[in-house]
Design a protein around this ligand. Structure first.
Ligand SMILES: Nc1ncnc2c1ncn2[C@@H]1O[C@H](COP(=O)(O)OP(=O)(O)OP(=O)(O)O)[C@@H](O)[C@H]1O
Ligand SMILES: [Mg+2]
Length: 345
């Protein structure tokens, strides 16, 4: 709705509404078609555009003003010519605005095109990197298998021939081999997540969480952990991948509350939003490092404090991204941590 057809036009000083300004400009143009009159017509055109007056309305406005003038005085061909010059002057503002829109639309289309290209390039690079890390990890397994097998054979068959120092060295080789095998497995799992086809199903994250905590409890019967979750927490996505994500988030919550007499864990949905969360009241972390948190092999605690390889959150982030969502965290040292995520934009 515009100023012309609004039942409640914006208050204007009397005699200064757009229709009366147009009538006045027309009268002036017929009386004295000077450069000054043209400049005023230009200003008027800008104000009409700003007020959202569309071209058909402008045309009606022109006819109304012209008819009113024709009632007052006879209009000869010269007057009609001057009137159409004024109309043309006002319309030229509309034309300029339209050209501006056209130009920005062209620029916008070009930018979109460029962005599309950049996105494709990033996706291709990321696919290549995935394939690379997959094959590297895969190929590393073979020589590692050899190191593992022969060092075990050495331990089992020749340990007595080694002195204390030799046995200690061998023990370290065995430990490093085990750790490297773990890292490779994690890398492969991480790469696999990006390659897998997604299913689209309804999943109850509350049910899933209770199952995960039950399993963790069985593995550490002496721990006291309380999980607070709604009866149901419905989400849409790939059941297997969502289970991996919840497993990682809850295992972290479980691990980082291990110094508490009773650990409190909570899963839920922020009221009125599509944001899920997993919260704990454990060791927390320093928010200064939050930007690095989701990188592969990033750990904010030492293995002496809490063990792990640092791929859990990278895995969760990939799963969330693959669902079109995003993930972020809030924490403070010794005050617990909350991980928020959405699934789908
Ligand atoms: N709930 C949490 N409370 C405090 N710190 C956390 C929490 N979750 C993650 N972190 C910090 O983020 C780091 C990365 O977490 P991530 O799950 O990726 O690795 P991890 O648990 O150390 O090892 P992994 O999951 O591979 O066994 C952790 O080492 C820890 O420093
Ligand atoms: Mg973890």
């Amino acid at each position: 709705m515009t100023e012309l057809d609004s039942p409640h036009p914006a208050p204007q000083p009397s005699g200064d509404t757009l229709p009366s300004r147009y009538a006045e400009a027309l009268r002036l143009a017929l009386l004295a078609p000077t450069a000054d009159a043209r400049a005023r017509a230009w200003d008027l055109g800008r104000d009409l555009v700003d007020a959202g007056i569309a071209l058909p309305e402008l045309s009606a406005l022109h006819h109304q003003a012209l008819a009113q003038l024709a009632n007052e005085q006879a209009l000869g061909p010269e007057a009609l010519e001057a009137a159409s010059v004024l109309f043309g002057e006002v319309v030229s503002v509309y034309e300029l605005v339209a050209r501006g829109y056209r130009d920005s639309n062209v620029a916008l289309r070009r930018r979109n095109h460029e962005l599309e290209h950049a996105k494709e390039a990033v996706e291709a690079a990321s696919r290549e990197l995935e394939a690379f890390s997959y094959s590297v990890s895969h190929d590393l397994r073979v020589p590692l298998h050899s190191i593992d097998g022969f060092s075990r054979a050495l331990e089992e068959d020749n340990a007595s021939q080694l002195d204390e120092v030799g046995r200690s060295h061998l023990k370290r080789v065995r430990e490093a081999t085990r750790r490297m095998a773990g890292l490779i497995d994690d890398l492969l799992r991480l790469a696999r997540i990006s390659r897998e086809q997604l299913c689209d199903e309804i999943v109850d994250l509350a049910d899933l969480s209770r199952g995960i905590i039950e399993r963790l409890q069985k593995g550490a019967p002496s721990r006291h952990v309380e999980l607070s979750a709604p009866d149901h927490l419905m989400a849409r996505g790939d059941p297997r991948l969502l289970a991996v994500a919840m497993e990682n988030l809850l295992s972290n919550a479980w691990k980082f509350t291990s110094r508490r007499a009773v650990g409190h864990l909570e899963v839920g949905l922020l009221p009125g939003t599509p944001v899920y969360f997993v919260r704990d009241d454990g060791a927390g972390f320093d928010m200064r490092h939050v930007a690095r948190l989701f990188g592969a092999f990033v750990r904010l605690h030492t293995p002496q404090e809490f063990e792990g390889t640092g791929v859990g959150l990278a895995t969760v982030q990939r799963i969330v991204l693959r669902h079109g969502g995003r993930i972020w965290a809030e924490s403070a040292v010794d005050r617990g941590a909350t991980f928020y995520f959405t699934l789908g934009s």
